[in-house]
Design a protein around this ligand. Structure first.
Ligand SMILES: [Zn+2]
Length: 319
Protein backbone atom coordinates (compact mmCIF):
# COMPACT_ATOMS: atom_id res chain seq x y z
CA UNK A 1 0.00 0.00 0.00
CA UNK A 2 1.51 3.36 -0.94
CA UNK A 3 1.77 5.95 1.81
CA UNK A 4 1.48 9.73 1.62
CA UNK A 5 4.97 10.40 0.14
CA UNK A 6 4.50 7.85 -2.64
CA UNK A 7 1.12 9.29 -3.64
CA UNK A 8 2.47 12.83 -3.38
CA UNK A 9 5.34 11.85 -5.70
CA UNK A 10 2.79 10.57 -8.23
CA UNK A 11 0.84 13.83 -7.88
CA UNK A 12 3.98 15.86 -8.59
CA UNK A 13 4.78 13.65 -11.60
CA UNK A 14 1.29 13.86 -13.10
CA UNK A 15 1.12 17.60 -12.46
CA UNK A 16 4.05 18.01 -14.87
CA UNK A 17 2.23 16.27 -17.71
CA UNK A 18 -1.56 16.37 -17.41
CA UNK A 19 -2.74 20.01 -16.98
CA UNK A 20 -4.06 21.38 -20.26
CA UNK A 21 -4.56 17.93 -21.83
CA UNK A 22 -7.95 17.32 -23.48
CA UNK A 23 -9.79 14.07 -22.69
CA UNK A 24 -10.64 12.28 -25.95
CA UNK A 25 -11.88 8.92 -24.66
CA UNK A 26 -11.89 6.55 -21.71
CA UNK A 27 -12.14 2.76 -21.71
CA UNK A 28 -12.30 0.19 -18.96
CA UNK A 29 -12.20 -3.61 -18.82
CA UNK A 30 -13.22 -4.06 -15.18
CA UNK A 31 -16.41 -2.34 -13.95
CA UNK A 32 -15.24 -1.67 -10.38
CA UNK A 33 -12.09 0.10 -11.61
CA UNK A 34 -14.11 2.92 -13.21
CA UNK A 35 -17.12 3.95 -11.17
CA UNK A 36 -18.97 6.38 -13.45
CA UNK A 37 -22.09 6.16 -15.57
CA UNK A 38 -21.97 6.56 -19.33
CA UNK A 39 -24.03 9.76 -19.38
CA UNK A 40 -21.66 11.51 -16.94
CA UNK A 41 -18.62 10.33 -18.91
CA UNK A 42 -20.07 11.67 -22.14
CA UNK A 43 -21.30 14.95 -20.69
CA UNK A 44 -18.70 15.81 -18.06
CA UNK A 45 -15.44 14.06 -18.99
CA UNK A 46 -15.06 13.71 -22.75
CA UNK A 47 -13.94 16.97 -24.39
CA UNK A 48 -12.87 18.49 -21.06
CA UNK A 49 -9.39 19.66 -20.18
CA UNK A 50 -7.38 18.68 -17.12
CA UNK A 51 -7.00 21.66 -14.81
CA UNK A 52 -4.88 20.48 -11.86
CA UNK A 53 -3.95 17.51 -9.66
CA UNK A 54 -4.61 17.44 -5.90
CA UNK A 55 -3.97 14.88 -3.20
CA UNK A 56 -5.84 14.27 0.03
CA UNK A 57 -4.36 11.51 2.21
CA UNK A 58 -3.54 8.67 -0.17
CA UNK A 59 -6.13 9.69 -2.79
CA UNK A 60 -5.48 11.67 -5.98
CA UNK A 61 -7.97 14.15 -7.42
CA UNK A 62 -7.62 15.07 -11.10
CA UNK A 63 -9.66 18.26 -11.58
CA UNK A 64 -11.32 19.02 -14.90
CA UNK A 65 -12.08 22.51 -16.23
CA UNK A 66 -15.82 22.07 -15.47
CA UNK A 67 -15.33 21.46 -11.72
CA UNK A 68 -15.78 17.74 -12.07
CA UNK A 69 -12.97 15.42 -10.97
CA UNK A 70 -11.58 11.95 -11.38
CA UNK A 71 -10.91 10.72 -7.85
CA UNK A 72 -8.37 7.89 -7.78
CA UNK A 73 -7.49 5.44 -5.02
CA UNK A 74 -4.57 3.14 -5.94
CA UNK A 75 -5.10 0.74 -2.99
CA UNK A 76 -2.69 -2.24 -2.89
CA UNK A 77 -1.42 -2.60 -6.46
CA UNK A 78 -2.56 0.47 -8.39
CA UNK A 79 -0.29 2.37 -10.79
CA UNK A 80 -0.73 5.46 -12.92
CA UNK A 81 1.41 5.66 -16.02
CA UNK A 82 1.40 8.59 -18.43
CA UNK A 83 2.84 7.95 -21.91
CA UNK A 84 3.14 10.86 -24.34
CA UNK A 85 3.08 8.49 -27.31
CA UNK A 86 2.35 4.87 -26.45
CA UNK A 87 3.64 1.99 -28.56
CA UNK A 88 5.39 4.19 -31.10
CA UNK A 89 8.93 4.10 -29.74
CA UNK A 90 11.62 1.61 -30.63
CA UNK A 91 12.88 -0.99 -28.20
CA UNK A 92 9.64 -2.88 -27.62
CA UNK A 93 10.34 -5.89 -29.79
CA UNK A 94 12.20 -7.72 -27.06
CA UNK A 95 9.55 -7.05 -24.40
CA UNK A 96 9.53 -10.76 -23.48
CA UNK A 97 13.21 -10.72 -22.67
CA UNK A 98 13.07 -7.38 -20.87
CA UNK A 99 10.11 -8.41 -18.70
CA UNK A 100 12.43 -10.82 -16.90
CA UNK A 101 14.67 -8.00 -15.75
CA UNK A 102 13.88 -6.14 -12.55
CA UNK A 103 12.26 -2.71 -12.83
CA UNK A 104 15.41 -1.04 -11.55
CA UNK A 105 17.53 -2.80 -14.17
CA UNK A 106 15.13 -1.59 -16.84
CA UNK A 107 15.28 2.01 -15.68
CA UNK A 108 18.54 2.63 -17.44
CA UNK A 109 17.26 1.28 -20.75
CA UNK A 110 13.66 2.46 -20.54
CA UNK A 111 12.60 3.36 -24.10
CA UNK A 112 9.55 5.39 -23.05
CA UNK A 113 9.12 9.00 -22.04
CA UNK A 114 6.56 10.25 -19.58
CA UNK A 115 5.92 9.28 -16.00
CA UNK A 116 4.77 6.32 -13.98
CA UNK A 117 4.17 5.74 -10.30
CA UNK A 118 2.64 3.31 -7.84
CA UNK A 119 3.08 -0.40 -7.22
CA UNK A 120 6.60 -1.24 -8.46
CA UNK A 121 6.19 -3.76 -11.29
CA UNK A 122 7.44 -3.93 -14.86
CA UNK A 123 4.17 -2.40 -16.09
CA UNK A 124 5.59 0.99 -15.13
CA UNK A 125 8.28 0.63 -17.76
CA UNK A 126 7.06 -1.87 -20.36
CA UNK A 127 4.60 -1.84 -23.23
CA UNK A 128 1.04 -0.78 -22.35
CA UNK A 129 -1.74 -1.75 -22.17
CA UNK A 130 -0.89 -5.06 -20.54
CA UNK A 131 -2.75 -7.65 -18.44
CA UNK A 132 -2.87 -5.34 -15.43
CA UNK A 133 -4.37 -2.37 -17.33
CA UNK A 134 -7.92 -1.57 -16.12
CA UNK A 135 -8.59 1.92 -17.45
CA UNK A 136 -7.10 3.90 -20.35
CA UNK A 137 -7.71 7.64 -20.65
CA UNK A 138 -6.69 8.95 -24.08
CA UNK A 139 -5.82 12.65 -24.35
CA UNK A 140 -5.20 14.85 -27.37
CA UNK A 141 -1.55 14.15 -26.57
CA UNK A 142 -0.69 10.90 -24.82
CA UNK A 143 -2.57 8.46 -22.62
CA UNK A 144 -2.94 7.72 -18.92
CA UNK A 145 -3.02 4.05 -17.92
CA UNK A 146 -4.52 2.89 -14.65
CA UNK A 147 -2.97 -0.52 -13.97
CA UNK A 148 -4.10 -2.60 -11.01
CA UNK A 149 -3.17 -6.27 -10.71
CA UNK A 150 -5.42 -7.05 -7.77
CA UNK A 151 -8.31 -4.77 -8.78
CA UNK A 152 -8.91 -3.12 -5.39
CA UNK A 153 -8.27 0.39 -6.68
CA UNK A 154 -10.83 2.68 -8.30
CA UNK A 155 -11.50 5.83 -10.29
CA UNK A 156 -14.71 7.77 -9.61
CA UNK A 157 -16.03 10.64 -11.73
CA UNK A 158 -17.74 13.22 -9.51
CA UNK A 159 -18.80 16.88 -9.40
CA UNK A 160 -16.90 19.08 -6.95
CA UNK A 161 -19.60 19.14 -4.25
CA UNK A 162 -19.71 15.33 -4.18
CA UNK A 163 -15.94 14.84 -4.05
CA UNK A 164 -15.46 15.90 -0.45
CA UNK A 165 -18.68 14.16 0.58
CA UNK A 166 -17.11 10.79 -0.20
CA UNK A 167 -17.04 8.63 2.91
CA UNK A 168 -13.29 8.35 2.47
CA UNK A 169 -12.73 12.11 2.77
CA UNK A 170 -15.28 12.74 5.50
CA UNK A 171 -13.55 10.29 7.83
CA UNK A 172 -10.07 11.54 7.03
CA UNK A 173 -8.03 13.41 9.67
CA UNK A 174 -5.90 16.52 9.07
CA UNK A 175 -3.30 16.62 6.30
CA UNK A 176 0.16 16.53 7.97
CA UNK A 177 1.90 18.71 5.36
CA UNK A 178 -0.80 21.36 5.06
CA UNK A 179 -0.48 24.82 6.61
CA UNK A 180 -3.50 24.08 8.79
CA UNK A 181 -1.68 21.24 10.53
CA UNK A 182 -0.48 23.18 13.57
CA UNK A 183 0.95 21.65 16.71
CA UNK A 184 -2.40 22.35 18.44
CA UNK A 185 -4.32 20.49 15.70
CA UNK A 186 -1.89 17.58 15.99
CA UNK A 187 -2.12 17.42 19.78
CA UNK A 188 -5.92 17.62 19.83
CA UNK A 189 -6.14 14.81 17.25
CA UNK A 190 -3.77 12.50 19.12
CA UNK A 191 -5.36 13.16 22.51
CA UNK A 192 -8.64 11.70 21.25
CA UNK A 193 -7.11 8.31 22.12
CA UNK A 194 -5.32 8.82 25.48
CA UNK A 195 -5.25 5.14 26.40
CA UNK A 196 -4.02 3.80 23.07
CA UNK A 197 -0.48 3.02 22.08
CA UNK A 198 1.01 5.86 20.05
CA UNK A 199 1.91 3.92 16.90
CA UNK A 200 -1.60 2.76 15.93
CA UNK A 201 -2.91 6.24 16.79
CA UNK A 202 -0.67 8.07 14.31
CA UNK A 203 -1.49 5.39 11.69
CA UNK A 204 -5.25 5.89 12.18
CA UNK A 205 -6.36 7.76 9.05
CA UNK A 206 -9.13 9.55 10.97
CA UNK A 207 -6.51 10.99 13.36
CA UNK A 208 -3.87 12.02 10.77
CA UNK A 209 -4.15 11.42 7.01
CA UNK A 210 -1.62 9.40 5.06
CA UNK A 211 0.77 7.80 7.58
CA UNK A 212 1.37 4.05 7.26
CA UNK A 213 3.74 1.56 8.82
CA UNK A 214 6.99 2.92 7.40
CA UNK A 215 6.62 6.59 8.32
CA UNK A 216 5.10 5.74 11.70
CA UNK A 217 8.26 3.82 12.63
CA UNK A 218 10.55 6.48 11.20
CA UNK A 219 8.75 9.38 12.93
CA UNK A 220 8.70 7.63 16.32
CA UNK A 221 12.41 6.88 16.00
CA UNK A 222 13.26 10.50 15.21
CA UNK A 223 11.16 11.66 18.18
CA UNK A 224 12.69 8.98 20.49
CA UNK A 225 9.31 7.57 21.46
CA UNK A 226 8.76 3.84 22.06
CA UNK A 227 6.00 2.74 19.65
CA UNK A 228 4.07 1.00 22.46
CA UNK A 229 4.00 4.07 24.72
CA UNK A 230 0.50 5.09 25.83
CA UNK A 231 -0.56 8.47 24.48
CA UNK A 232 -1.40 9.82 27.95
CA UNK A 233 2.10 8.95 29.23
CA UNK A 234 4.02 10.87 26.57
CA UNK A 235 5.54 14.21 27.63
CA UNK A 236 4.74 17.52 25.94
CA UNK A 237 8.35 17.76 24.82
CA UNK A 238 8.10 14.38 23.04
CA UNK A 239 4.75 15.33 21.49
CA UNK A 240 6.42 18.38 19.98
CA UNK A 241 9.29 16.23 18.74
CA UNK A 242 6.83 13.81 17.14
CA UNK A 243 4.89 16.63 15.48
CA UNK A 244 8.13 17.79 13.84
CA UNK A 245 9.43 14.31 13.02
CA UNK A 246 6.24 13.28 11.20
CA UNK A 247 6.56 16.26 8.89
CA UNK A 248 10.30 15.73 8.53
CA UNK A 249 10.15 12.04 7.60
CA UNK A 250 7.37 12.66 5.06
CA UNK A 251 9.27 15.55 3.48
CA UNK A 252 12.51 13.56 3.23
CA UNK A 253 10.67 10.73 1.48
CA UNK A 254 8.94 13.09 -0.95
CA UNK A 255 12.25 14.79 -1.69
CA UNK A 256 13.91 11.51 -2.59
CA UNK A 257 10.89 10.27 -4.55
CA UNK A 258 11.05 13.46 -6.57
CA UNK A 259 14.77 13.73 -7.05
CA UNK A 260 15.59 10.37 -8.64
CA UNK A 261 15.58 9.47 -12.32
CA UNK A 262 13.73 11.88 -14.60
CA UNK A 263 11.47 9.14 -15.88
CA UNK A 264 9.68 6.65 -13.68
CA UNK A 265 10.90 8.19 -10.51
CA UNK A 266 8.79 5.90 -8.41
CA UNK A 267 10.13 2.63 -9.68
CA UNK A 268 13.41 3.81 -8.29
CA UNK A 269 11.89 6.17 -5.75
CA UNK A 270 9.90 3.52 -3.91
CA UNK A 271 12.90 1.32 -3.43
CA UNK A 272 15.04 4.32 -2.67
CA UNK A 273 12.88 6.35 -0.35
CA UNK A 274 11.50 3.38 1.53
CA UNK A 275 14.64 1.55 2.26
CA UNK A 276 17.77 3.49 1.44
CA UNK A 277 16.75 6.52 3.48
CA UNK A 278 14.88 4.73 6.26
CA UNK A 279 16.70 4.80 9.62
CA UNK A 280 14.93 1.88 11.32
CA UNK A 281 12.33 0.45 8.96
CA UNK A 282 13.41 -3.08 7.91
CA UNK A 283 16.77 -2.58 9.64
CA UNK A 284 16.39 -5.38 12.18
CA UNK A 285 19.73 -6.29 13.82
CA UNK A 286 21.49 -3.42 12.08
CA UNK A 287 23.17 -0.67 14.14
CA UNK A 288 21.06 2.31 15.20
CA UNK A 289 22.31 5.44 13.35
CA UNK A 290 22.27 7.36 16.65
CA UNK A 291 23.63 5.02 19.36
CA UNK A 292 24.95 2.04 17.33
CA UNK A 293 22.82 -0.39 19.41
CA UNK A 294 20.87 -2.95 17.39
CA UNK A 295 17.48 -2.16 15.86
CA UNK A 296 14.79 -4.58 17.08
CA UNK A 297 11.62 -5.82 15.46
CA UNK A 298 8.50 -6.27 17.59
CA UNK A 299 4.77 -6.37 16.96
CA UNK A 300 2.69 -3.37 17.98
CA UNK A 301 -1.07 -3.53 17.38
CA UNK A 302 -0.37 -6.56 15.15
CA UNK A 303 1.98 -4.62 12.85
CA UNK A 304 5.68 -5.41 12.40
CA UNK A 305 7.49 -2.52 14.12
CA UNK A 306 11.15 -1.47 14.01
CA UNK A 307 12.70 0.61 16.78
CA UNK A 308 15.86 1.18 18.84
CA UNK A 309 15.40 -0.11 22.41
CA UNK A 310 18.12 2.24 23.68
CA UNK A 311 16.92 5.46 22.03
CA UNK A 312 13.19 4.78 22.34
CA UNK A 313 12.31 4.03 25.96
CA UNK A 314 8.75 3.24 26.95
CA UNK A 315 7.06 6.38 28.34
CA UNK A 316 6.33 6.08 32.02
CA UNK A 317 3.14 7.23 33.67
CA UNK A 318 3.09 10.96 34.30
CA UNK A 319 2.80 11.86 37.95
ZN1 LIG B 1 19.62 4.00 19.20
Amino acid sequence: MPELPEVETIRIGLAKYLPGKLVKSISCDWPKSLQANKADIKKNLIGRKIKSIDRRGKVLIIWLDNNWAMVIHLKMTGQLVYRPKPSSRPGLKDSKASSQKSPSALLRTNPFQGFGGGHPTNSLISKLPDRSTRVIIVFDKGSLYFNDQRKFGWIKLLPKDKVYQLDFFRKLGPEPLSKDFSYEVFKQSILKRPNSMIKPVIMDQSIIAGIGNIYADESLFLAKIHPSSRVKDISTQKFKALYNSIKKSLKIAIKHGGSTDRNYVNVKGQKGSYLEYAQVFRKENQPCPVCAGLIKKIRVASRGTYFCPKCQKLARKKK
